[in-house]
Design a protein around this ligand. Structure first.
Ligand code: OGA
Ligand code: MN
Length: 381
C-alpha cells in the first residue's frame, strides 16, 4: 500500500475515507504504484485465480453478446474477499464500441430515466443523442459556451428505477429492462456460478475526468444473494474495495475499459468507491473499431449491431475524457414482491451509506451530491 495510504491504515481511524482522499488528491499526485492492475498481474499472495464455469455459456452464446469464450477469460479474486470476481476485459475485439454506443445513444432514451429529467421537461430530454451529436462532432469543446446534453448526462436508470432520494426501488416505477444488456449479464453471471440471474435494475454512471463516486454499499436491492455486476468503458478508474464496515481499509485496483466486476456472496455488501478517473494507458482504450477485422464476423443471432462511422465518431470523442460504468442488479428473489407499504422496505441508515457524488472531496457518505434534485451543471468541479 502506498505510503500515505499505509499510515491511514495504521491509525485505524476511518481508513477508507483517508485512502479515498489520498487517491483523489491532485497535487501532489499520489503514488499509484501499489494499485492492483489485473491486466498485468500474476497470481500472488493477495491475488488468486478464479475458476469460472466454461460449460455454463457456449462459445456461440458468448460471441453473440460480444464476449470471448469463457475459457479465455482471465478472472481473479482477492484473498480475504470471497465472492469478489474481477474479469479482465472478456470482450471480443470490436464488441466494446457496440456496448458503448448503447450506453450513450440508446439507454439514455425514454422510457429510461436520467439526471436531466429531474429538472428538464421530457420534451427536452427525449433525444439527448440527437441534440448533442452535431456539436460533439463538429465543434471544438473548448470553444462552445454550453455543454451538450450528452456531456451533462450523469446517470441513467433502467428497469426498476432507483430513487436517489428514498434509496429504494418500487413496483410502480418500472420500465422494461434492455434485452441485450440482460443477455450480456446473464451469461457473465452464469459463468461465475450464478445461473438464472434476472437483470431487474441498472444504473449507468457517466464520469468526467474529475468525477468520483463516494463510499457506499449497494443494499437497496431486496435480495442480496444475487450478484451485482459492473462494467467499465472508456477511461480508467481507481476502484476501492473495502470491508463490511465503513472503516475497514480498502484495497485499490484499476479498472480499464472492458473490465467486469462481480460482487457476490460475502462480497456483495462490501463498501466501495471510485475516488479517481485516470487516463487509459496506451492500448487500454481498446475501442478502435477498425483493428479487429470486418464487422461481418457478427454471429447469427448476435445482439450486437454494427456501429456506424458517424456514431463511432461521437462515441470515440466522448470517451477520450469520460468513463461509463454500468451496474446491473437483481432486485427481487424469484417470485418475491415488493412489500405493500413503501416505508416498510426503506432501508435503515440509508443516509449514512449512500455515497454517490460527483466532484466531492473526501468520499464522505451522507454528503451525497447526486440526488434527484441535482442540477447537472453543478456536479462538475
Ligand atoms: C455503483 C458503483 C462503481 C464504478 O454504481 O454502485 O459502485 O465502477 N459503481 O463506477
Ligand atoms: Mn456501488
Amino acid at each position: 500500500m502506498a505510503k500515505m495510504a499505509a499510515s491511514a491504515v495504521e491509525s485505524g481511524e476511518d481508513a477508507f475515507r483517508k485512502i479515498f482522499k489520498f487517491y483523489r488528491r491532485r497535487s501532489p499526485p499520489p503514488d499509484f504504484s501499489k494499485v492492483i492492475d489485473f491486466s498485468r498481474c500474476a497470481p500472488s499472495e493477495q491475488i488468486v485465480p478464479v475458476n469460472l464455469d466454461p460449460a455454463a455459456v457456449s462459445d456461440v452464446e458468448a460471441s453473440r453478446v460480444g464476449l470471448q469464450p469463457v475459457r479465455e477469460w482471465r478472472a481473479f479474486g482477492l484473498r480475504g474477499h470471497p465472492g469478489f470476481i474481477f474479469i479482465s476485459n472478456p470482450f471480443l475485439c470490436g464488441a466494446q464500441p457496440f456496448w458503448l454506443r448503447q450506453c450513450l445513444k440508446i439507454y439514455p432514451q425514454k422510457p429510461n430515466i436520467c439526471n436531466l429529467d429531474m429538472h428538464m421537461p421530457s420534451s427536452e430530454t427525449q433525444d439527448i443523442w440527437g441534440k448533442s451529436v452535431h456539436s460533439l462532432r463538429f465543434a471544438l469543446a473548448g470553444k462552445r459556451e454550453a455543454k451538450t446534453l450528452l456531456e451533462r448526462l450523469r446517470w441513467v436508470t433502467l428497469g426498476y428505477h432507483y430513487n436517489w432520494d428514498t434509496k429504494t426501488y418500487s413496483a410502480s416505477n418500472h420500465t422494461p429492462f434492455p434485452r441485450d444488456l440482460h443477455h450480456l449479464s446473464v451469461h457473465i453471471t452464469a459463468a461465475c456460478g450464478f445461473p438464472g440471474f434476472i437483470s431487474e435494475a441498472g444504473i449507468l454512471n457517466y464520469y468526467r475526468s474529475d468525477s468520483s463516486l463516494g463510499i457506499h454499499v449497494d443494499e437497496s436491492e431486496l435480495d442480496h444473494t444475487r450478484p451485482l455486476l459492473s462494467f467499465s468503458f472508456g477511461q480508467s478508474a481507481i476502484f476501492l474495495l473495502g470491508g463490511p464496515c465503513r472503516q475497514d481499509p480498502p484495497t485499490a485496483m484499476l479498472m480499464h475499459s472492458g473490465d467486469v466486476m462481480v460482487m457476490s456472496g460475502p462480497s456483495r455488501l462490501l463498501y466501495h468507491a471510485v475516488p479517481r478517473i485516470l487516463p487509459a494507458p496506451p492500448g487500454h482504450l481498446a475501442l478502435e473499431k477498425g483493428d479487429c477485422g470486418p464487422a461481418s464476423s457478427l454471429q447469427d443471432g448476435s445482439v450486437l449491431e454494427p456501429v456506424s462511422e458517424e456514431d463511432w465518431a461521437v462515441c470515440s470523442r466522448y470517451i477520450q475524457s469520460s468513463r461509463v460504468n454500468v451496474t446491473i442488479r437483481q432486485v427481487l428473489a424469484p417470485g418475491q414482491k415488493f412489500p405493500e407499504t413503501p416505508s416498510s422496505y426503506q432501508r435503515t441508515g440509508a443516509g449514512q451509506k449512500d455515497g454517490y457524488n460527483d466532484g466531492e472531496a473526501d468520499g464522505e457518505s451522507g454528503k451525497r451530491k447526486r440526488s434527484s434534485s441535482d442540477s447537472a451543471d453543478t456536479v462538475e468541479t
